[in-house]
Ligand binder design. Structure first.
Ligand code: GRF
Length: 213
């Protein structure tokens, strides 16, 4: 355990099930981090309740209140910087962040995407996977770079796509993977085990970004 634990800020927009898994990992001591704040761009994000119940400071910064994306991003940077987090965790944050924001947090901004990137960036991944006929689907945790749903991959996990899968059944299986791997990726980061070399993530200096313990 590091002392004090690394501070992280989590950004959400909705349900917050990944946030919940991160809170549980902290409580269960699998994740040696302190969630300094949860920030949502939507006041009605259900996930805010998980934060409130856990006694984590909550901020709502409604993007619709800002005249431009730049103004919103600037306000968000200011809000996050006040907490001086070691890592910023996007957990279902449904706003595209501008270049200046991404550059400000480069190397300490991560995202979870419900697909095996570089396949299926963007929205509605489960539906698109089913329509495409691919045999496996999964989840990716990656460092964020200015291009949407790209950036060096920290960890990926996959499940087979079953013949009788629906969008809901597939989404549920992928979500289980999400909840399992996001805390692992965050723990690797806070332990200082991740480095980026030539656009690839190394774990303990080795090229094995997709393996989890
Ligand atoms: C997850 O599927 C995540 O991969 C994607 O948005 C969804 C957020 O779900 N980026 P939740 O709010 O964490 O429940």
């Amino acid at each position: 355990m590091s002392n004090p634990p690394a501070g992280i800020v989590v950004l959400i927009s909705g349900r917050g099930s990944n946030l919940k898994s991160i809170i549980e990992a902290v409580h269960g001591k699998e994740l040696d981090a302190k969630i300094l704040a949860v920030i949502s761009n939507r006041g009605d994000a259900g996930g805010l309740d998980f934060a409130r119940e856990a006694g984590i400071p909550v901020e709502v910064i409604e993007d619709t209140q800002f005249p431009s994306r730049q103004d919103f991003d600037d306000r968000l940077i200011e809000a996050i910087d006040r907490y001086q987090p070691k890592l910023v965790v996007l957990a279902g944050f449904m706003r595209i962040l501008g270049d200046a924001f991404v550059r400000h947090f480069l190397g300490r901004l991560i995202n979870i995407h419900p697909a095996l990137l570089p396949q299926f960036p963007g929205l509605h991944t489960h539906k698109r996977v089913l329509e495409s006929g691919v045999e496996r689907h999964g989840v990716t945790v990656h460092f964020v770079t200015p291009e949407v749903d790209s950036g060096p991959v920290i960890i990926q996990r996959s499940v087979p796509v079953l013949a009788d899968d629906t969008v809901e059944s597939l989404a549920a299986r992928v979500l289980e993977l999400e909840h399992a791997i996001y805390p692992v990726a965050i723990q690797w980061f806070v332990e200082g085990r991740l480095t980026i070399q030539d656009g690839e993530v190394l774990l303990d200096g080795e090229k094995s970004p997709q393996q989890a313990p």
